[in-house]
Design a protein around this ligand. Structure first.
Ligand code: NAD
Ligand code: TYD
Length: 342
């Protein structure tokens, strides 16, 4: 299978490419199209550089020329499957500046879909990685794929645009589009701006853990390897024009995760710093995953063991996150703007 993976230098994309190579070896070819924004780290996949079945292409999904080049595949052999992970992904950053979210998460999807039309007879699947955040917040019960969408922040509104555009190209032009809506991921290589890696690395350094509001917001945590397995499963079994929720089945309050991180790093609760809430902070996300289960897929990880593995990874890979937190001027600027006055 010949894959075009976009955003493959980011957290989930790099885990997905590693998953594909581990599972299919030389039978898989992967073109990784990534703009290398602040969140893209080419070295995440250093072990595949120079291999004949891997091609890294620095480029932007909202630039037609970059996308056209990427669809050529490796040595002009073309692409069978597109998996679009590329996105601006951090809610807090979307509250500071939303233009880049529209450009990548909406317009970028359109450019990828337009190029897909040119390769339509050949293309087996176009997987649009959407998010559970497009449904908005839910006080009780769980969202099903047929529920109305009600995104409540600039990130989720942009992702909703990409989600619906991909669906529209399936309905209008018959493209083999599958849309996935996953819940919050955690695991190795997650950029240390998101809750779990930020709190683990701050705890290791005895720095405060800035907990928003009352700390009782709920997220459903999905181990990244389970997410990769689900996407791989849907490349094979996903039906054209269908949407699939991918949940972890681990709904946990932020304060509870914070306590677990402190236990696993051996640090005191006095590091917790309650700070002003995020604007428009979604209270709870929850997914009904019956549709994917009926198709035959189940997640494997339990939160109890996978959070231990995740914390261990950050303990053992300090050089990876210190290169960001201590050497990136962009990260320092962001951190100061986000937390300096909080
Ligand atoms: P990430 O921020 O770690 O990585 C995003 C990657 O996309 C980076 O490598 C970045 O350089 C690249 N990128 C950004 N703009 C680009 C552009 N215009 N052209 C090409 N590349 C570009 O994100 P992630 O957490 O790995 O998320 C991947 C996808 O999964 C996103 O679409 C996100 O919306 C979705 N998702 C994430 C989660 C989560 O919990 N992290 C949950 C559900 C869905
Ligand atoms: P995050 O990892 O940013 O993911 P998302 O907003 O996409 O769900 O945040 C997860 C939860 O943690 C969310 O309820 C916001 C909260 N949070 C904090 O309390 N403090 C922080 O510094 C961050 C980054 C997040």
């Amino acid at each position: 299978m010949r894959y075009l993976v976009t955003g493959g230098a980011g957290f989930i994309g790099s885990n997905f490419i590693r998953y594909i190579f581990n599972k299919y070896g030389a039978d898989a070819q992967v073109v990784n199209l990534d703009k290398l924004t602040y969140a893209g780290i080419r070295e995440n996949l250093a072990e595949y550089e120079g291999k004949p079945n891997y091609r890294f292409l620095q480029g932007d999904i909202s630039e037609p020329a970059d996308v056209e080049e990427a669809y050529k595949g490796i040595g002009g052999q073309g692409i069978d499957v597109v998996v679009n992970f590329a996105a601006e992904t951090h809610v807090d950053r979307s509250l500071m500046e939303a233009g880049s979210f529209i450009r990548t998460d909406v317009h970028g999807v359109l450019v990828l879909l337009e190029e897909a039309r040119k390769h339509a007879p050949r293309l087996k699947k176009f997987i649009q990685i959407s998010t559970d955040e497009v449904y908005g917040s839910i006080e009780s019960g769980s969202f099903r794929e047929t529920d109305p969408l009600s995104p409540r922040n600039p990130y989720s509104a942009s992702k909703c645009g990409g989600d619906r555009m991909a669906y529209a190209y399936s309905e209008t032009y018959g493209l083999p589009v599958v849309v996935t809506r996953a819940s919050n991921n955690y695991g190795p290589f997650q950029y240390p701006e998101k809750l779990i890696p930020l709190f683990v690395t701050n705890a290791i350094d005895d720095q405060p853990l800035p907990l928003y509001g009352d700390g009782k917001n709920v997220r459903d945590w999905l181990y990244v390897e389970d997410h990769c397995a689900a996407v791989d499963f849907l490349v094979e079994h996903g039906q054209k024009g269908e949407i699939y929720n991918i949940g972890g089945g681990n709904e946990i309050e932020n304060i509870e995760i914070t306590h677990r991180i402190l236990e696993l790093t051996g640090k005191p609760k006095s590091l917790i710093k309650p700070v002003a809430d995020r604007q428009g902070h979604d209270r709870r996300y929850s997914l009904d995953t019956t549709k994917l289960e009926k198709l035959g897929f189940r997640t494997k990880a339990t939160f109890e063991e996978a959070i231990v593995r995740t914390v261990d990874w950050y303990k053992q890979n300090e050089a990876w996150w210190r290169a960001i937190k201590e050497k990136s001027a962009e990260f320092k600027r962001y951190y100061e703007q986000q937390y300096g006055k909080r």
